[in-house]
Design a protein around this ligand. Structure first.
Ligand SMILES: Cc1ncc(COP(=O)(O)O)c(C=O)c1O
Length: 361
């Protein structure tokens, strides 16, 4: 049996007529008199251009993303952050009360939340805990995806993984993608790929018909506030369908487009890369200092801009840090992250504050 991406789509998408916005009917980049979208003709001072709706999928931005990720413009769908990509993908593939997604906890919570919102099934195949890192349970993932009674549509793999911070071997990921072809689609979340020594699988996108990759400007390009992300897929028919049928009318705000184009200029990209380099040096310094602290039991290997640590009295420490105006993420009650907290890497000064708090605690 060979199932293409189109075969995995919820069946009603074949018939569904997507909304045709005024912005889709005419090209806003051309000089024309636009009287078709009930926009206000008057621009307000300092807000020039914002009286007009943005392009639904801005062409200049698509070109910039395509150049950034080394794909073609017809292989990407722009969304408000990777978060909206997850919402859109879940909506496209997961039939409520019937289909299921595979999630490998501990991992990013939005995969499960979106599945529950449909609602569709969540099959949890926990990561295998190793001494200082975590591994995918490839055999169990492949077996579940191939079990037709489980109706698995999507398999989420996050690398580097949030909150554990480690990357998974590309060979292991490719093995899963290949083995589940015809059964399920792998959603590879590369939100933190720019921090990773192992790098990205995006250059290999065209090898895998059942692969979708999530990318974002939020982390490595310091753009969390602008909500800019996308998903990538080699299947251009699917990409066209997703754009036509599954997105909001004007998903990408004008101000975000302008900011994103600026970010992707050579000058700012170099700046962003220099920041990444500093963050990685700092991460290694922080990890080393944490290793030496008696209340820290495990410093998990990190290939990202955050570190997961297992420690004594984690909840008390989180409260102590809060009392000193430092907010950390508490995972200590999680089934798969007992006694763990997650520390985002900041500037050297910010990191020193966190390390100082641990010493005072
Ligand atoms: C693994 C992972 N995926 C996706 C996201 C969402 O990213 P965005 O800001 O692009 O919506 C996050 C945010 O923390 C994340 O950790």
């Amino acid at each position: 049996m060979h199932k293409s991406i189109a075969d995995c789509l919820r069946t009603h998408y074949a018939e569904l007529q997507g909304y045709v916005s005024a912005g889709m009917e005419s090209d806003k980049t051309e000089e024309k008199l636009f009287m078709n979208a009930n926009e206000n003709p008057y621009e307000l001072p300092g807000l020039e251009g914002f009286n007009r709706y943005p392009e639904p999928q801005p062409k200049a931005l698509a070109k910039a993303y395509a150049d950034l990720y080394g794909v073609r413009t017809d292989q990407l769908v722009m969304t408000r952050g990777a978060d909206e990509a997850i919402v859109t993908i879940t909506k496209l593939f997961c039939e409520p009360q019937k289909d299921a997604v595979i999630i490998c906890p501990p991992t990013f919570g939005m995969y499960g939340v979106n599945a529950s919102a449909m609602p569709c099934g969540k099959i949890e195949i926990p990561l295998i805990k190793q001494e200082k890192t975590y591994a995918l349970d490839s055999e169990a993932i492949i077996a579940a995806a191939k079990d037709d009674s489980k109706n698995v549509k999507l398999i989420y793999i996050c690398t580097p993984n949030n909150p554990t911070a480690n990357s998974f071997d590309h060979a292991a990921i490719v093995n899963i993608i290949k083995n589940v072809e015809g059964h399920a689609i792998v959603i590879l979340d590369e939100t933190y790929a720019e921090f990773s020594k192992q790098g990205s699988l995006t250059p290999r996108l065209n090898e895998f018909p059942n692969l979708l990759i999530l990318r974002t400007l939020s982390k490595s390009y310091s753009m969390a506030g602008m909500r800019m992300g996308c998903f990538l897929c080699a299947d251009t028919d699917f990409v066209a369908l997703a754009k036509a049928k599954a997105l909001d009318a004007y998903p990408i705000p004008r101000a975000s487009v302008e900011a994103a184009l600026h970010v992707m200029s050579d000058e700012i990209r170099e700046h962003a890369q220099a920041n990444i380099d500093i963050l990685l040096t700092e991460r290694d310094r922080v990890a080393k200092e944490l290793e030496a602290m008696s209340q820290i039991r495990t410093v998990y290997e990190s290939d990202a801009n955050f570190i997961l640590v297992e420690m004594d009295n984690p909840a008390d420490f989180i409260e102590f840090a809060k009392s000193r105006n430092v907010i950390l993420r508490d995972f200590s009650k999680g089934e798969f992250t007992k006694d763990c907290i997650r520390i985002s890497i900041g500037t050297p000064e910010q990191n020193d504050i966190v390390l100082g708090l641990l010493k005072d605690f």
